[in-house]
Design a protein around this ligand. Sequence first.
Ligand code: UDP
Ligand code: MG
Length: 318
Amino acid sequence: MTALQLSVVVPCFNETEAIETFHAALLAALESLGDELEICYVDDGSTDGTRLLLGGLAALDKRVRYTAFSRNFGKEAAMLAGLRMSRGAAVVLMDADLQHPPELIPRMLELHRHGYDQVIPRRDRTGDGVLRNTLSHTYYALVRRCMDVEVVDGSGDFRLLSRRAVDSVLSLPESNRFSKGIFSWIGFDTVSFRYRNRERAAGQSKWGSRRLLNYGIDGLLSFNNRPLRLAIYTGFWVFVSAFVYALSTIVNVALNGADTPGYATLLTAVVALSGIQLVTLGVIGEYVGRIYHEAKHRPPYVVRETSESCPVLPSTPE
Ligand code: UDP
Ligand code: MG
C-alpha cells in the first residue's frame, strides 16, 4: 500500500449544487498525486441529498471516504470529524463551494515540503459588502486585543496542516471548539500567501449575519478570560469616577451651599450602571454556560453512517 501523502477534508452542508463541480475540480488539480490522495467528506446532516451524492462518489472511487452526521452539528464539528478521519501525512481543510480554489493545493504542498507545518492561503476581500468588510475588520482588531493567540484577517479555515499539527489539534479535549484560535494556539512554523477571493460556485452561504455575530462572540469568549478582566477594569474606573464626582459635589456644597440635585445626572448614572452590570452578568453567564457544556462531556457530533459502515454499491447499470 502506498503511503498517503494528502487527505483533503471537506465539510458539506446542503451542497448538492456544488459538490460535483467541486469534486471534479479537486481531482483535476490533484491528478499527479494518484493513489497517494484521499478525500474525506463530512456530511453535516444535510437535508438535500448531499449524503447520497457522497455515497455515490465513494462507491466510484476508493480514494473518497465520507462520514455523515445524524443532524446538523455545525462546521466546527464537521471539521473535527474530518480531521479525525484523515490519515494522510498532510491534511488540507477546505469548503465545498469552490471559494477555496483547489488549484492552490499543489503550491501549499510545495511549501509544506519546504518544512512548514501550517500553510494558510489568505483571501483578500474582493466581492464582500462594505458593511461585512468594516465589521470583520473591527472584529479582527478586537480579537487581536482580546486573545492571546494571533488570528489574521482573511485567514479562514482553508489551510494545510502537517500530520503532527493535526495530531496536536486533535489532542485538545474541549468540545466547544473555535478552530481559528486552536490552529493558531498549536503553533508550529506557519506561512501564508494571498489569493483572490471568489464568489460561491452554487447554493447559498449558511452564514447569516446573526450566525456570524454568534460565531464572533464564541471566538472572543472561548479563548481566555479577558472579557472578565475588562469587566473588573470597567467596574474599577466607574468606581473611581463616582468617587471623584462625590468629592467634587461635597466641595461644591461646602463652598456654594446646597443646590437642587441633578435629576438628569442621577438617571444617566443609574441607566449606565445597569447597562454595565447586565453586560457583565451576560459575560459571566457565557462562561458558566461553557463550563456547563464542557462538564456534560457530550461528544461534539453523532455519526449516522460512514463510507466504511455503509458501502453503497454503484447502482447505475452500464
Ligand atoms: N458547512 C457545514 N456545516 C454548517 C454550515 C456550513 O459543514 O452548518 C460547510 C459548508 O457546506 C461549506 C463550508 O462549511 O463547505 C462553508 O460554508 P459557507 O460557504 O456557507 O460559509 P461562507 O463561505 O459563507 O463563510
Ligand atoms: Mg462559502
